[in-house]
Design a protein around this ligand. Sequence first.
Ligand code: ZN
Length: 140
Amino acid sequence: MTSAKHWTIDHIGIAVENLDQAISFYEKKLGAKLCLRETIEASGVDLAFIDTGESKVELLAPTSSESKLAKFLASRGPGIHHICYEVQDIRAELVRLQSEGCELIDSVPRPGAAHSEIAFVTPASFMGVLTELVQHPKRS
Ligand code: ZN
């Protein structure tokens, strides 16, 4: 549960070359389980979430050499890619960030994993960290 105003860490995104290897590595090292695996074609990523209880680790592998993530891996190698915060109203938060001078990669949310909506903020306007916002579908 998240209060209306403050952001909570939803997951930490880690860029990997080989998703299967990364999943078994993280499951073994953390003693945690894979909770979701999905391909987001529009973003060119295969992703897997490892459930760590309070939050998650998101392992990201590119689906093609053309994806942005492939370029990230080519220039930086595997490692931390982004931090994702859960928000209650992603559209309102994007408007607020923009009004505060943040440069948005997505001014309108795009589809994320498990029917969520996500948006990214540039590292340049977030203290050097690629920052993702996620709004999960409301549970009834
Ligand atoms: Zn993410």
